[in-house]
Ligand binder design. Structure first.
Ligand code: ATP
Length: 234
């Protein structure tokens, strides 16, 4: 579904990513894990079109995305749930959700998708008239996910969705990601919460100092010595 080849990104003179290669297949949950500053957000932003590449190519369902603006990638099915949720604080939950369905195909199916989102996230239905900024952190994360689902993604990408959530909510969130996956949506997940991430993914890439240092199934990496030492505190 997604093929990233030789991706490099610079911020001015500083190289954040150096020759990253990765693939995501239809129906998979794939994650990129790594510590602070490793380049995870840069990688996901390059895929969604929010960050310009220095070099490399990104192919999605056979189309070359390189150079395509972020808004033009959404109708193709690449949608990102941004770090920090980025809801419109003074708008209601439902208004925030509807903003996710502005491209033509999503608009056509707006009511049906909204009902699907409310079925998946009933709390959002209960709170549909509530102003977004008054939601709890967990509810805001759900609303940001609901808004992304309103775009009818094929590949849904999450940037650090567990950030700032309590352990119980993190578990709820990871269950939700699995549920979304079981509905046929392919998932790319950037996380610092390595243990729980490896428990739900099909495959994972470890990003260190701007490059992929390891890749494998969740289980392989959970049992890998370097992962255990560097990320699992074992
Ligand atoms: P975090 O979990 O802290 O977000 P990350 O793995 O997502 O870390 P990135 O945010 O992609 O890492 O950052 C990779 C490197 O690029 C870091 O050294 C960071 O300081 C730098 N960087 C990120 N954004 C910018 C920017 N807008 N301008 C300059 N440097 C940046």
């Amino acid at each position: 579904m997604l093929k990233v080849k030789n991706l490099s990104v610079h911020y001015g003179g500083m190289q954040a990513l150096a020759g990253v290669n990765l693939e995501v297949h239809d129906g998979e949950i794939v994650s990129i894990v790594g510590s602070n500053g490793a380049g995870k957000s840069t990688a996901i932003n390059a895929i969604s079109g929010l960050r310009k590449l220095t070099s490399g190519t990104i192919q999605f369902l056979g189309d070359d995305l390189t150079g395509l603006e972020a808004h033009a990638r959404v109708p193709l099915g690449i949608v990102q749930v941004p770090e920090g949720r980025k809801l419109f604080p003074l708008m209601s939950v439902e208004e925030n959700l509807l903003i996710g369905s502005t491209h033509r195909e999503a608009k056509q199916h707006r009511h049906e998708t909204l009902e699907q989102v409310y079925r998946l996230l009933p709390r959002l239905k209960e709170r549909k008239k509530q102003i977004a900024k008054t939601l709890s952190g967990g509810e805001q994360q759900m609303a940001a996910i609901g808004r992304a689902l309103m775009s009818r993604p094929k590949l849904l990408m999450f940037d650090e969705p567990s950030l700032g959530l309590s352990p119980l909510l993190v578990q709820t969130l990871f269950n939700l990601i699995k549920q979304i996956s079981s509905q046929g949506i392919t998932i790319m997940l950037v996380e610092q919460n390595v243990k729980q991430t490896l428990q739900i993914v099909d495959r994972c890439y470890v990003l260190e100092n701007g490059g992929i240092s390891l890749e494998g199934t969740g289980e392989e990496l959970l049992n890998h010595d370097h992962v255990k030492k560097a990320f699992l505190g074992m």
